[in-house]
Ligand binder design. Structure first.
Ligand code: PLP
Length: 392
């Protein structure tokens, strides 16, 4: 129909995703019908507690864990803080050395920086040009004082998948705890905690069409954590505070929906992502791909555009109704270039030339076509000499 504005295109699923209608429906009764405090002993509390424990079973089952190994948190940030600070404090008597990588999410990097100020020793491992940690570097970094290694499953900016199973074999051999931030992979890639061999795994619901403000930490049975939130007995004293039952129900609903879905959905997302990459490569010169070409998240496409400021390109695309990002939602708006890109060896100029397109389950071919229609012209406009913009 002529005169109708094109529908907006959302390609920032790595930042967050829309909550599925089935999830909203499942959450609804838990605001004002089943509203009891799950810690209360009366029937209202018991009803809420039964629902909470059922949700715990669903989330645990989804990653091959036992229900007692799931601690519900307010999201991935809290799960990472609890894993790192909680483990370090509880195991300080065994050693004070922590190993992590240069491309971790800020909630990991800031947690280890915090511990460094408290007297812990921290080794931050480098990555290669594709953003991968070398497991041999992990092995070399371990000392008799090392208690914890924290390496993410896949990177939120460039989508690179880390060799976490190999790293787990090393940490297990040395009796060191292994924490994996799986916020970007749970629900997108197969993840079975026992197969993987991790001791602590962070999850978040809002990256997979669940509600914001809820996540979980898998804590392998026998792993000791000091709570970072003190107050009540909830979650076997590992995380005090009244649970957001509705959000947890939403989290459980979404993992059930994903388990019913099968692998085709991720394959479809990867197919559209590859279609977008091909289309851009065919229509725009001076483009490069960041991250690993194969070992990457299905929905992630992180590109650099020679001679273009990625922040301006993202802003201009937004004006045309296309939402993309220049990095993680938490660091966009900062003036420093992305720590992930600089760790991969990009200089500041190249790091500022990048844009992340992150596709999701709802992304359609029409949306990809719309991006391919708009993007080449926007890139070209930004590459024109300044005089051409002003017409002088
Ligand atoms: C890899 C990674 N870890 C942790 C987080 C934080 O998760 P949340 O937004 O649930 O606090 C994010 C969110 O962007 C992430 O991408």
């Amino acid at each position: 129909m002529s005169g109708t504005a094109p529908k907006r295109v959302y390609l920032d699923h790595a930042a967050t995703t829309p909550v599925l209608p089935e999830v909203v429906t499942a959450m609804q009764p838990y605001f004002s019908e089943v509203f009891g405090n799950p810690s209360s002993d009366h029937s209202f509390g018991q009803e809420a507690r039964a629902a909470l424990e059922e949700a715990r079973r669903a989330v645990a089952g989804f990653i091959g864990a036992r229900p007692g190994e799931i601690v519900f948190t307010s999201g991935g940030t809290e799960a990472n803080n609890l894993a790192i600070k909680g483990f370090a404090y509880a195991n300080r008597y065994r050693g004070n050395h922590i190993v992590t990588s240069a491309v971790e999410h800020h909630s990991v990097l800031e947690s280890v920086r915090f511990l460094a100020r408290e007297g812990f020793k921290v080794t931050v491992l480098p990555v290669d040009r594709e953003g991968r940690v070398d497991p041999k570097d992990v092995a070399r970094a371990l000392t008799p004082r090392t208690v914890l290694v924290s390496v993410m499953h896949a990177n939120n900016e460039v989508g690179t998948i880390q060799p976490v199973a190999e790293i787990a074999r090393i940490t297990r051999r040395h009796g060191v705890c292994f924490h994996v931030d799986a916020v970007q992979t749970v629900g997108h890639l197969h993840l079975a905690v026992r197969e993987l061999g991790a001791d602590l795994v962070s999850l978040s619901a809002h990256k997979i069409h669940g509600p914001k403000g809820v996540g979980a930490l898998y804590v392998r049975r026998g792993v000791r954590l000091e709570p970072i939130m003190n107050g009540g007995q909830q979650d076997v004293r590992r995380r005090a505070g009244t649970k957001d039952v509705a959000a947890i129900i939403g989290f459980a609903r979404v993992v059930r929906l994903i388990s019913e879905e099968g692998p085709e959905s991720a394959q479809q997302v990867a197919w559209l992502r590859d279609r977008l990459l091909r289309g851009i490569m065919e229509s725009v010169d001076g483009v490069w791909l960041n991250g690993h070409p194969v070992e990457r998240l299905p929905g992630n496409l992180h590109l650099g555009f020679d001679g273009v400021d990625g922040r301006v390109l993202a802003r201009n695309l937004d004006r045309r109704g296309i939402a993309v990002s220049t990095g993680s939602a938490c660091s966009s708006g900062q003036s420093e270039p992305s720590h992930v890109l600089t760790a991969m060896g990009l200089n500041h100029r190249r790091a500022y030339s990048c844009v992340r397109f992150s596709l999701g389950r709802g992304t359609t071919m029409e949306e990809i076509e719309r991006v391919l229609e708009v993007l080449p012209r926007e890139v070209e406009r930004l590459r024109l000499p300044a005089s051409a913009h002003t017409g002088s």
